[in-house]
Design a protein around this ligand. Structure first.
Ligand SMILES: Nc1ncnc2c1ncn2[C@@H]1O[C@H](COP(=O)(O)OP(=O)(O)OP(=O)(O)O)[C@@H](O)[C@H]1O
Ligand SMILES: [Mg+2]
Length: 189
């Protein structure tokens, strides 16, 4: 029924926007590994889609990845959206990988990746996936990636999506390793 559909979408928008517009959320020390694992637990527990998806994590050692001062709720919302997009894209026996790594070179960033072996994105759509209301799935609103990008940029980080049609998609987030002392925002190389 149309009215229900509108209400459902509205609730979803509100929930996602609340997460990034929360004016009181201040950065607090948190572990990127822990945030990512929590997001995986949330999404893996969503059995409503009835898929036998395999989640594989390849996380940086905790000693290599000390806590960063981050807006944890907003960032967790971004991870959840990337994982839900991946879950939507994979077939019944797909695989979703999450990884964290520390890059200590000149860029000095923490890198977070969510990759899937799902349907991938047509090159001409890839250019528009961050646009509001650009959605390629039934029940999608098309706000998730734009909101995720803003949450990442609030940490002076960057979010990039690469995809090969029919093969899969990789979302990469980089966050500055030292948010308070980094003169330039983190760049994707
Ligand atoms: N991992 C992925 N594999 C395939 N397509 C993807 C992937 N991630 C994003 N997309 C495409 O990009 C579109 C936009 O994603 P986005 O998260 O912004 O919106 P959505 O998932 O459709 O809706 P929502 O606002 O609920 O997140 C998706 O509808 C989908 O077509
Ligand atoms: Mg989404």
């Amino acid at each position: 029924m149309i009215v229900e559909e509108v209400e459902r979408i509205d609730a979803r928008i509100r929930e996602l926007l609340d997460r990034t517009r929360d004016p009181v959320e201040a950065p607090s020390a948190c572990s990127v590994n822990e945030l990512l694992e929590r997001a995986v637990l949330l999404v893996a527990g969503d059995t409503s889609r009835g898929k036998a998806v395999r989640f594989v994590s390849d996380l940086a050692a905790t000693e290599a990845l000390p806590p960063l001062a981050l807006r944890r709720r907003a960032l967790e919302g971004a991870f959840v959206n990337l994982l839900l997009n991946a879950l939507d894209a994979v077939a019944d026996e797909g695989e979703i990988r999450v990884a964290t790594a520390v890059r200590n070179g000149a860029d000095n960033v923490v890198e977070i990746r969510v990759s899937d072996d799902g349907r991938g994105i047509e090159p001409e759509r890839l250019a528009r996936i961050f646009d509001p209301f650009e959605t390629g799935r039934a029940g999608g609103v098309g706000l998730g990636l734009g909101i995720a990008r803003r949450a990442v940029e609030a940490e002076r980080g960057a979010l990039r999506i690469e995809s090969a049609l029919g093969r899969g998609t990789v979302a990469t987030i980089v966050l500055p390793r030292h948010p308070t002392s980094t003169p330039e925002p983190a760049r994707l190389t």
